[in-house]
Design a protein around this ligand. Structure first.
Ligand code: FES
Length: 108
């Protein structure tokens, strides 16, 4: 198994309806995950990049959250319509999608 050029973590945490903290699952991360999987399959990206579903990665209120390493870029409020831009511009183009990045203070 080759080391991936980038590793994409998609938060799929679910806290259930009514939980005060909310979760990416409640905010629609399922559609985002499906779209990443679709794009990876369509473009045969699985050899270069790795997708991983993860539990909470921090900024629940701005989910669905997607974190890309090695850059450590956190995307927030990602929708399925944003996925192609992340693939084209960040994964393949090496330029993070600024309009989708969370505010710097979220990293504390
Ligand atoms: S639930 Fe997704 S970042 Fe916390």
């Amino acid at each position: 198994m080759a080391k991936p050029l980038k590793h994409i973590f998609i938060c799929t945490q679910n806290r259930g309806p009514g939980h005060p903290q909310g979760s990416c699952n409640q905010n629609g991360c399922g559609e985002v995950l499906e779209e990443f999987m679709f794009e990876f399959q369509k473009r045969d990206l699985g050899e270069k990049f790795r997708l991983t579903m993860t539990g909470c990665i921090g900024p629940c209120g701005s989910g669905p959250s997607v974190l890309v390493y090695p850059e450590g870029v956190m995307y927030g409020k990602v929708t399925k319509d944003d996925v192609a831009a992340i693939v084209d511009e960040h994964l393949l183009g090496d330029v993070p999608v600024a309009r989708l990045c969370v505010a710097p203070e979220i990293w504390g």
